[in-house]
Ligand binder design. Structure first.
Ligand code: B1M
Length: 212
C-alpha cells in the first residue's frame, strides 16, 4: 500500500499527471480506500511541492503542473467517494475569499462535503463579501464556507460576516472557515462558528454546525 501512495505523492510533486492518473487507477483496482489515496497520496505530494516552492527550489510553472496532476488524481477518486443514496444534510455556499486565487484545498472541501451528503454551491475563487451573501440568500444556505490561503486575504473574512449582519441574515447562516493560515483561535476572534483544519474534518464541522 505504501508503494502506491509514495508513488502517487512523488508523481504529484513532479507534476506528472499521466503517472498520477495511472497509479491512482491501479490503487483503486486493488480496493485501496479512496480517502487514503487522497489523504496519504495526493495531499502529501502537493504539500511536499509547497515546501519546495517556499524554499525557492521550484517556481510557479512547476506548481501549476503539480496542481494539474493533483486535479487529475482527484477526478479519478470522485466516483468512488460519492455516496449515491443520501438525503441533503444541508446547503453550503463555498468559495475562496476576495483577492485569493488558491482553490485546491477548497475543491477538496467541496468534494468531501458533497460525498457526505451536503449540497454545495461553489462560487469559485476571489469571491466578494456581497457575492457570498447574495448567493447564500438565493440558495437558502445553512452554512457559508470560506477558504483563504494567504495571510493577506484571511483578513477579508470578517467582511463576509459584517455583510451578512448588514443583510439581516447573520442569525440564519453559520460561517465555517479554513485554509493553511487559519486557526480555531482566529475563527473565534472574528466570530465564525466553524473551523476545520482539513477536508475530512470539514465534514464533521459542517455536521456539527447543522445541529447548532
Ligand atoms: Co500560492 N502561496 N501564491 N499559489 N501556494 C502559498 C499559500 C504560500 C504559503 C507559499 C509560500 O510562499 N510558502 C504563500 C502564502 C504566504 C502567506 O500568505 N503566508 C503563497 C503565495 C505567496 C502566493 C502568491 C502571492 C505567489 C506570487 O504570485 N508571488 C500567489 C497569490 C495569488 C493569489 O491568490 N492572489 C500564489 C499563487 C499560487 C498558484 C496560482 C501558483 C497556486 C494555486 C493554484 C490553485 O490553487 N489552483 C499556488 C499554490 C499551489 C500554493 C501552495 C504551493 C500549495 C497550496 C495548496 O494547494 N495546498 C502553497 C504552499 C503551501 O500551502 N504549503 C502556496 C494543498 C491543499 C490541499 O491544502 O489549500 O491548505 P490547503 O487546503 C487544506 C486545508 O487548509 C483545509 O482543507 C484542505 C484540504 O485538506 N481547507 C479548508 C482549505 N480551505 C478550507 C475551507 C474550509 C475548511 C478547511 O471551510 C470552508
Amino acid at each position: 500500500m505504501e508503494g502506491y501512495l509514495g508513488t502517487i505523492s512523488r508523481a504529484v510533486e513532479r507534476g506528472d499527471d499521466k503517472q498520477v492518473i495511472k497509479i491512482v487507477k491501479e490503487a483503486l483496482s486493488t480496493s485501496m480506500s479512496p480517502s487514503d489515496i487522497l489523504e496519504r497520496g495526493l495531499v502529501p505530494g502537493i504539500q511536499a511541492l509547497g515546501k519546495l516552492f517556499k524554499d525557492g527550489e521550484v517556481y510557479l510553472p512547476e506548481v501549476l503542473l503539480s496542481c494539474r496532476a493533483m486535479d487529475g488524481g482527484v477526478e479519478q477518486l470522485k466516483p468512488y467517494l460519492a455516496d449515491t443514496d443520501m438525503h441533503n444534510k444541508g446547503t453550503v455556499v463555498l468559495g475562496t475569499v476576495e483577492g485569493d486565487l488558491h482553490d485546491i484545498g477548497k475543491n477538496l472541501v467541496r468534494l468531501m462535503l458533497e460525498c457526505n451528503g451536503f449540497s454545495v454551491k461553489d462560487l469559485g475563487v476571489d469571491v466578494s463579501a456581497d457575492s457570498f451573501v447574495s448567493m447564500a440568500r438565493e440558495h437558502s444556505a445553512d452554512i457559508i464556507g470560506i477558504s483563504a490561503l494567504l495571510t493577506l486575504t484571511m483578513t477579508s473574512m470578517p467582511k463576509v460576516i459584517k455583510a451578512l449582519e448588514q443583510a439581516g441574515m447573520r442569525q440564519k447562516v453559520r460561517i465555517m472557515i479554513g485554509g493553511a493560515p487559519i486557526t480555531r483561535e482566529f475563527a473565534d476572534d472574528i466570530g465564525a462558528e466553524g473551523f476545520a483544519e482539513d477536508c475530512m474534518s470539514a465534514v464533521d464541522e459542517a455536521t456539527r454546525l447543522m445541529r447548532l
